[in-house]
Design a protein around this ligand. Structure first.
Ligand code: ADP
Length: 407
């Protein structure tokens, strides 16, 4: 059966068509710069790339229409009719406290996604538009919402509450939600498989390190803490985000830099992190190139990043009273062996022993600790789209809803 996976960003729409029998990607693509000049549709299928520059796509509604048309086209298509789509899985940024699992999209779910738009204003409203566009074109196809926050709904109150007054939580829903849940869940499942152990008996620290990064403590398959909070701005230093800071800095910046609150929030999201520290780039490949040329601030930025990740790892070992494996994923986690080396050095007290030769590779899923290491360290090639497709299939099977012609 084919599952169509849709991931809508504020100005983009990513998609994959996955044949779930063998878990093979039949087609994938992205529409970028939606609503901005120079909209592009990049589609990959049957070993070929199709790129439409300056596509006439005005909004997310038209983006859905263009993607479906491409999937059905005789030249680059992978399906002959929309009935060959068994179900659609949507990545939804925020499920609030309502969703601790993926959910079949009915009117109530759609309403809840809309209401959670308050918590994720750049993402949830756009997802609603995309779901409605899909409903118009594929009326009878079951649709599932897979929430980025759902995996972390298991956090106990001692981990999700801020030290604010309690009514900030009860009245305003201000709490730590956590994000990247789909990736952390995939890492946990894959790590258990690679270790040949039961998820239920493992203490794992999963590090999703990309432009946006987060670390989670997962005990017996359950997320008990995670570094991102009310928004993805919390946590360690990221590509362009500041991560944890003293909240009093906000007012100080407003005064000293004559900024309004929107300006400060934008600065904390887009002008800080390793980009702000280095003054060079948010991309770790660029940072290492600058380091080779002797740029000290690029090295400092990398060191701050690695030190912060290491501190989260330490705190999660304490939170779980131990750890069996540390798992790396995301663009940096999967590829940057220099960063993995810096994060895991001087963790001998924990019993971490990295095999330098094994660590010295990019984009390979494997264990990079020595056989004697008390804590396994591993690289997992995360696959959020596949995880969304699996969750979609799982929900549809549970409620007995799969497109009848697609089975
Ligand atoms: P996003 O959060 O946008 O999905 P990614 O997971 O793609 O981000 O991660 C982007 C980061 O991964 C960048 O800092 C980039 O430098 C890093 N990265 C990607 N490929 C490599 C590589 N081959 N070597 C080192 N770093 C890499």
């Amino acid at each position: 059966m084919n599952i169509f996976v849709v991931n809508a960003g504020s100005s983009s729409l990513k998609y994959q068509m996955i044949d779930m029998e063998l878990e093979i990607v039949l087609a994938s693509g992205i529409v970028e710069r939606i609503g901005i000049e120079g909209t592009t549709l990049k589609h990959h299928a049957n070993g070929e790339d199709k790129v439409i520059e300056n596509a006439s796509i005005a909004d997310h509604n038209e983006a859905v229409e263009a993607v479906v048309e491409t999937l059905l086209s005789s030249e680059y298509g992978v399906i002959e009719s929309i009935e060959q789509i068994g179900a659609i899985g949507f990545r939804i940024a925020h499920g609030g406290e309502r969703f601790s699992d993926a959910s079949l999209i009915d009117d109530l779910t759609l309403q809840a996604i809309r209401e959670n738009g308050e918590l994720a204003p750049l993402h949830n409203p756009v997802s609603v538009v995309v779901i409605e566009a899909c409903k118009r074109i594929m009326t009878d196809t079951p649709m599932v919402a897979v929430f980025d926050t759902a995996f972390h709904q298991t956090l106990p109150s001692k981990a999700f509450l801020y030290g604010l007054s309690y009514d900030a939580y009860t009245d305003l829903k201000i709490r730590r939600y956590g994000f990247h849940g789909t990736s952390h869940k995939y890492m946990v499942m894959q790590a258990a498989k690679m270790l040949g152990r039961d998820i239920g008996e493992l203490k794992l620290i999963t590090c999703h390190l990309g432009n946006g990064s987060s670390v989670s403590a997962v005990k017996n398959g359950v997320s008990i803490d995670t570094s991102m909070g009310f928004t993805p701005l919390e946590g360690f230093v990221m590509g362009t985000r500041c991560g944890d800071i003293d909240p009093a800095i906000v007012q100080y910046l407003m005064k000293k830099k004559d900024m309004d609150i929107e300006g400060v929030i934008d600065y904390l999201n887009t002008g800080c992190g390793v980009l702000g520290l280095s003054g060079k780039s948010s991309d770790f490949r660029d940072l290492w190139k600058h380091v080779e040329l002797g740029d000290e601030r690029s090295m400092i930025a990398i060191e701050v990043f690695c030190y912060r990740v290491k501190k989260y790892i330490g705190s999660y070992v304490a939170a779980m009273n131990g750890v069996d494996a540390i798992v790396f994923a995301g663009g940096i986690g999967e590829n940057d062996f220099g960063v993995r080396g810096l994060i895991t050095e001087e963790l001998e007290f924990l019993g971490v022993d990295i095999d330098r030769e094994q660590n010295n590779s990019r984009g390979v899923q494997k264990i990079i600790s020595t056989p004697d290491s008390k804590v396994a360290v591993m690289v997992v090639l995360t696959d959020e789209e596949l995880m969304i497709a699996r969750d979609t299939l799982d929900i549809c099977s549970r409620v007995g809803e799969v497109h009848r012609d697609a089975v």
